[in-house]
Design a protein around this ligand. Sequence first.
Ligand code: IMP
Length: 176
Amino acid sequence: MSIDVYISAERIQSRIREMAEEIDRWIGGGEVLCVANLKGSFVFFADLVRCLKSSRLKVDFIATESYVGTQSSGQVRILKDLQQTCRGEKLLVVEDIVDTGLTLSKVLEHFVTMHCPAEMRVATLLDKPSRRKVEMKADFVGFTIEDAFVVGYGLDYNEYYRNLPYIGILRNTEER
Ligand code: IMP
């Protein structure tokens, strides 16, 4: 197994600064709750919120699970919910990657039924539209990528490689 650099650490940081400007315009200075979907988004989330200018920004975390190795199980489980209820404020869901779209669809459904945000937007670092199984579109997208299994910058393969500072393509994995 080997890893090729696909998106460098420098490109990621510069794109995050651009995304933050767009997101700041949407926040508009009001209350916003930024929610990281763990574990994959933890690095992106930490970098993104530090680029956002709002002084009325809170953070919280949910955790979902769907992948085993490089395969999506198709079954999305919410392992951890928000610590606080989100009512009447803007909610920004932060994802590492939208692949089949099943996770995001489950997460959004969860927020609509269990919480009551005034407005909800999704920011994802990566988007793999060619793999969609359900129609899902993030509002703020870092990079649209080809159909390849990527690791690094929070994304894992069997829990490894999350600490890489760049996004890499994992070669020679089993067929998907
Ligand atoms: P989806 O439900 O298929 O859209 O997948 C969403 C989740 O699967 C992401 O939040 C990731 O944790 C994981 N995932 C999807 N594609 C990749 C990948 O290429 N590398 C690592 N994790 C991935």
